[in-house]
Design a binder for this molecule. Structure first.
Ligand SMILES: NC(=O)c1ccc[n+]([C@@H]2O[C@H](COP(=O)([O-])OP(=O)(O)OC[C@H]3O[C@@H](n4cnc5c(N)ncnc54)[C@H](O)[C@@H]3O)[C@@H](O)[C@H]2O)c1
Ligand SMILES: [Fe+2]
Length: 380
């Protein structure tokens, strides 16, 4: 038996943040990215709360790839505060911090059951609707925690918060959305519901990501990508992800490559690996079952080609074309500050961790450690 459930109530569209005027509480605990505070974006949250006389405590000790010690600090602050609602405002790092903080605080104090409202300010992770939180432990790696009770009760998608996202972050997070949609689509846990959500997310990214990158004032494109991010989150919350994320987590932990950028660099190589089709492949009678799925992705992106082999080549080229249009590196070696010797000497350890990463388990092709090593070498 399979289940499909959307537990998170999603408010979206114009003025979605006005939802905050009708909370059934007079006090909230806000977990915010420091940028949200310094840029005054937080006023979009404070104004509706103040108009409803809701007081708040502010926790801003959020850093990219949230490490365990920040989560522990948050747990202490939350347990001292005991608000009925936690509001997370920021990118995946702020939302994941809040999810992990709530999880650990409620396991310490079993009687405390705060509700969580996630308000994304990047369009990428979909963390506002997933039961995952990715926590890092220094150079030891990144760990996707997964637990049903980490699912936020509510998500608010308001494009007013993503206008300020700079082009580089729009590119990174946008490629994260495409990776979520494609990995969920070919995952061994895919189903008709997750598939429908993933297809829509791919379609929106194909239509609007380059527009959203090119012009931060293109509100229509930014709203669409914000919704695509959430759709892809719903898709992978049901179907899970794959080797792409399993390997990207290690690149993020060890070399601090932004999550979406690490995924984007890997994606063309993972598609080649999963489909077992690369530049030298000749047309065959039979293909791996994920090839049909990738061909659907190509159709949605408008890059279907003569046959399966040329279609897989076309998706790979198209994804790299999108990356180039957004001035993204296609290889790790193009990222300034990563030492070649250090990279190659880390590969073995990264491959071991990627093999154990929870995301890798649902990849359509079961990788060996040697194959993962080969892919890490290819992306240099
Ligand atoms: N929980 C999940 O399901 C899930 C899924 C994918 C990734 N993740 C995790 O999420 C994290 C990445 O999240 P992310 O890609 O959103 O990045 P992020 O939250 O780390 O933010 C990236 C940068 O953008 C800035 N920023 C955020 N909002 C902004 C805005 N409106 N305007 C300008 N700048 C803004 C932040 O200050 C930061 O410098 C990683 O730790 C990744 O592993 C979690
Ligand atoms: Fe991701």
């Amino acid at each position: 038996m399979k289940n499909f459930e959307v537990k998170t109530k999603i408010s979206f569209g114009e003025n979605a943040l006005s939802r905050l005027k009708s909370l059934a509480t007079d006090r909230v605990f806000i977990v915010a990215d420091p940028f949200v505070v310094s840029s005054k974006l937080i006023e979009h949250i404070q104004t509706p709360l103040s108009s409803a006389n809701v007081k708040y405590a502010l926790f801003t000790d959020v850093v990219p790839d949230p490490p365990v010690d920040k989560v522990i600090k948050g747990v202490k602050s939350l347990l001292a505060d005991k608000s009925e609602y936690i509001i997370a405002v920021g990118g995946g790092s702020a939302m994941d911090t809040a999810k992990a903080v709530r999880k650990f605080a409620t396991s310490i104090d079993g009687g405390y059951k705060p509700k969580l409202i996630c308000i994304p300010t990047t369009s990428g992770t979909g963390s506002e609707v997933t039961s995952f939180a990715v926590i890092s432990d220094g150079e030891n790696g990144k760990y996707p925690l997964s637990s049903e009770d980490m699912l936020p009760e509510e998500a608010i998608l308001d494009e007013v918060l993503v206008k300020s996202v700079p082009a580089t972050v729009t590119a990174d997070t946008g490629m994260d959305v495409i990776t979520h949609a494609i990995e969920a689509y070919v995952s061994i846990n895919n189903n008709e519901f997750s598939g429908a959500l993933a297809e829509k997310a791919v379609e929106i990214c194909g239509q609007f990501l380059l527009r959203s990158y090119a012009d931060c004032n293109d509100t229509h494109a930014r709203r669409k990508i914000h919704i695509a991010s959430c759709l892809a989150g719903l898709a992978f919350n049901s179907a899970s992800l794959g080797l792409n994320h399993g390997m990207a987590h290690q690149l993020g932990a060890r070399f601090h490559i932004p999550h979406g950028r690490a995924n984007a660099i890997l994606l063309p190589y993972i598609i080649e690996y999963n489909s077992d089709i690369r530049s030298s492949t000749k047309s065959q009678k039979e293909y791996r079952s994920c090839v049909r799925k990738y061909c659907n992705v190509a159709r949605i992106l408008g890059v279907s080609n003569l046959n399966e082999v040329t279609t897989i080549r076309a998706i790979v080229s198209y994804l790299q074309f999108m990356m180039q249009e957004m001035n993204m590196p296609l290889k790790v070696s193009q990222i300034i500050g990563i030492n070649e010797g250090e990279y190659f000497s880390s590969i073995e350890q990264m491959a071991e961790s990627a093999l154990k990463d929870a995301c890798t388990a649902t990849n359509p092709r079961i990788p060996t450690k040697e194959e993962i090593i080969e892919i890490y070498k290819k992306i240099w």
